[in-house]
Design a protein around this ligand. Structure first.
Ligand code: ARG
Length: 461
């Protein structure tokens, strides 16, 4: 069982069945560069504690550099006998640096503190990439809002016409959750930046190595306070998976609307040819596949989170091999978002809105009935009564096939003496929109402020 990281105590090597089950090189190879990065930092800690001479340190760092080159040009690959990336890289280090020097690197560290650190380094890098792509999506939404400052649309609750809103207001309602996701990533980063390196297998190192030095070398904020916690916990990974799932949900909600808006019945948007697909049998089709994939992949992102949480539940301290199962789901979440976000952004940036149709539908379905009630309140009628008067007006109009502004003055009076001709002033979409001018409301002045605030908040991140 020579060459393995733990062979001496064993009379035989692992059975082929165990080796097949245990192997993780097909996914943890993605951490190879982070492993070498950690090893360089660890070599410096060994040297500073007197376990490597200056010359040995220089040779070790040079050997690790050689391994980087071999990784990059594809000559260093996992072999069948390798269990994981850590073992494979030590095997190769010994080839490059010799058994004596190469055999010194493992002192005072364990794969347990290594892997806990490397997965953080990987996630921190990819969180930056994902964050950047979310900013690009927010910018695309903001640009669409900016390009349609006055367009009205039917605002809905329960998917029913409720009150008219600005298209820009509705679009920005999809941007704010993404801003909060960015802020979540920023907050997560603080917790993710603690370094487990130096925790050893679970109890810490007895060699006087300085974990703070390793953390600083790795660009992390400092060493973990508790070596058992540092090697046994994956809440930082789960939290990342949650943010990825929440991002997926936020994309999916927007996607669902784009799918609806793109139907013949709604006819609110047209998708750009470059961001929609055709059918192999129906020549006329133009399908919103990006939006559908976003909706579908959100399920996958949620699955990655729940699978990981189920893995973590009930694990005793400290490291357990179950923890190896943290990587595939979270790697998949990263890869999923990294391909989904740019496509989604392209689709949003190139959406064409049928603003005429949206505006035409905005007042339909008696969506100005609340404006009638609010007008009556401004005439000092109690809202309860105002609601009833407005409701009676809706019923009258529905029965007579009229819009709210169409009954005669006499008909208004018959419904309620409080209903006078003046109410017609608020029975326009523009009037309704302009009147909702409280902070956060859909009035064009407010939405313009909101857009500026959103942009500033994203730039401040
Ligand atoms: N490959 C393992 C993981 O991903 C790290 C190795 C720890 N293995 C061990 N037997 N202690 O979590």
């Amino acid at each position: 069982n020579e060459g393995s990281l733990w062979g001496a105590r064993f009379a035989s090597g692992p059975s082929p069945e165990l080796a097949a089950l245990s192997k993780s090189t097909h996914f943890d190879w993605q951490l190879a560069h982070y492993d070498l990065f950690g090893s360089s930092a660890h070599a410096k800690a060994l040297a500073s504690a007197g376990y490597l001479t200056e010359i040995e340190l220089a040779d070790m760092l040079a050997a690790l550099d050689t391994l980087r080159g071999l990784l990059d040009d594809g000559t260093l690959v996992a072999q069948d006998s390798d269990e994981d990336v850590h073992g494979a890289l030590e095997r190769e280090l010994i080839v490059v640096a010799g058994a004596e020097l190469g055999g010194k690197l493992r002192a005072g560290r364990s794969r347990n503190d290594q892997i806990a650190t490397l997965v953080r380094l990987y996630l921190l890098d990819h969180a930056a990439v994902i964050g950047h792509r979310v900013v690009q999506l927010i910018d695309a939404i903001a640009a669409q809002a900016d390009a349609h400052p006055d367009a009205a649309m039917p605002g809905r609750t329960h998917l029913q016409h409720a009150q008219p809103v600005l298209l820009a207001h509705h679009l920005l309602a999809h941007a704010w959750p993404l801003v909060r996701d960015l802020e979540r990533l920023r907050d997560w980063r603080v917790r993710a930046s603690t370094s487990p390196y130096g925790s050893g297998a679970l109890a810490g190192s007895s060699l006087g190595l300085d974990p703070a030095l390793v953390a600083a070398e790795l660009g992390l904020s400092g060493p973990a306070e508790n070596s058992i916690d540092a090697t046994a916990s994956r809440d930082v990974v789960a939290e990342f998976a949650f943010i990825a799932a929440q991002l997926g949900i936020d994309l999916s909600r927007f996607a669902e609307e784009i799918i609806l808006w793109n139907t013949r019945e709604f006819d609110f948007v047209q998708l750009d040819d470059a961001y929609s697909t055709g059918s192999s049998i129906m020549p006329q089709k133009k399908n919103p596949d990006i939006a559908e994939l976003a909706r579908g992949k959100s399920g996958r992102l949620i699955g990655n989170l729940t699978g990981l949480l189920a893995t973590l539940k009930g694990l005793p301290l400290a490291y357990n091999r179950d923890l190896q199962e943290d990587k595939e789901p979270v790697f998949d979440s990263v890869e999923t978002l990294e391909v989904l976000l740019p496509a989604f952004t392209g689709m949003v940036a190139t959406l064409r809105f049928n603003t005429e149709r949206m505006a035409e539908l905005a007042p339909q379905g008696f969506s100005l009935a609340t404006d009638v009630a609010d007008w009556l309140v401004r005439q000092r009628l109690p809202f309860r009564e105002a609601h009833e008067v407005s409701g009676s007006l809706v019923r009258f109009c529905e029965e007579n096939g009229l819009d709210l502004h169409e009954p005669t003055d006499e008909q208004y009076h018959a419904i309620s003496p409080h209903l006078t001709a003046g109410v017609r002033d608020v029975l326009t979409v523009e009037g309704s929109l302009a009147s909702r001018d409280g902070i956060g409301g859909t009035a064009p002045v407010r939405v313009a402020e909101q857009l500026a605030a959103l942009t500033a908040r994203v730039r401040a991140l």
